[in-house]
Design a protein around this ligand. Sequence first.
Ligand code: PHE
Length: 507
Amino acid sequence: MSDSRQRWGSKAGFLISAIGSAIGLGNIWRYPYVLYKYGGGAFLIPYFVAAASVAIPLLVLEYTLGSKYRGTSPLAWARVRRNCEWIGWLPGFCAIFITFYYTVILAWAMVYIKYAATLAWGQDTNTFFFGTFLKLSDSPMQPGGINTSILIPLVILWGSAFLIMRTKVNRGLEWANKIMMPLAIVIIAIIIVRGIMLPGAVDGLNTLFTPRFEALYDPEVWLAAFGHVFFSCSIAMGVMITYSSYLPKKSEITNSASVAALSNFACEIACAIGIFAILGYMAGAVGKPVTEVVSSGIGLAFIAFPSCINTMGDAGVFFGIAFFLCLFVTGYTSFLSLLEAFAAPLSEKFGIARKKIMGIVCAIGLCASSIFATGAGLYILDIVDHFINNWGLVSVGIAQAFVVGWILKTSYIHQQAIQDSYFKRFFFGKFWIFCMKSIPFLMAWSLIQSTYTIITDGYEGYPTIALLLYGVLVIAVCAAFAFNMQGRKWTITVESPSIPRVPGRKE
Ligand code: PHE
């Protein structure tokens, strides 16, 4: 079969883009908070267990599917088994839903870069963020009007994404990553070095890392670890399959997957250190314990951080701009990857030109993300994020590993994974096969637990109707689209003699 797929300009271009997808808001805005909330230093145990037994093995699987089966996520799965195509579509639809709210957080970061220049948030950063800036309504069911100060950056974000993504991957996407990722790393390094030199930094780090081992008995903590490594490494989202499909067929897999995952983990632990060092400084400056200045989730970046910057005098402006710029740049490359994971399969399946499909998707994306620019945006974002991470990604992970570990001949795919690799033994040998067989059960247990918690306790006190609408319905819509897509015709040849279908277990 002549292989006319687009190609990365170089292997380094692919790796930078894969790392660019992995390093994102999750590292800066999500991980420090997850680490702190779910047991401090003790969380590192479930985190590394999840990294070694789920993240790296699944990354290896995804790189194998993309590069050896020569297709974006749905095509690669269709080539593995015709009736598995939906496993490739489901993450694509989840990916586009993520972009709807992910871009809104990027839009906030853009506005906050401007605010940082004048410390426009004033002394009460909490009231400023929720009231003046977001104009937050009373409930997720009361959207109110669209906030124009968020809508304008959203237009810039979707517009610029279109301009970058309409060209071939090695021109637009790869170049954007090659420019933005080094910039992000430099900014992160400056923030960390500056952060740990501040007085009080040690208190922050003690608060972050002091282990609370009782957390390990809580299934929610393990679920958070599995959910987080999925989100953080951009797994089960179609991104890595699609990205690796632009590699040559004979590509080394295990090394690349390990480099991408480990760079991401190193980066997020470094970010947590930098952020908590700065929070430690702030706690000292305002005379409170660190636990009181740490707020949860988004509040960490948009409330605690601005307060912290307020206490830094002139350095605060520099620091504030660097922080929000970093949030923006790292998030932007992840956003582009999500867009690619959704748009590239559509272009491949229906034979629509890349430029056209990117135009349509970006226009729809802009309209959909405007919903998150309303007064109820933050609530909706919180619900969609929770359900996609805890149900969507986890289900795709289960499906992928279950099919490979239990339906197909596992050793066959394993052979593909290691055939061009330097490392074939131990971790990437029998252990990898063991992981494929155990991941579905491990993840199913997590899924059942989280579902049980949602049914019995709800989520964050939101009304049930809001959870059904923005959580359950969103996942159901993604699944319905995924199955619908499987039933439609491809405009290219799926079966090919050079890519044999994977035999079943008993064949
Ligand atoms: N990994 C990104 C982050 O940490 C988010 C992301 C998830 C990007 C899935 C692409 C796919 O922010």
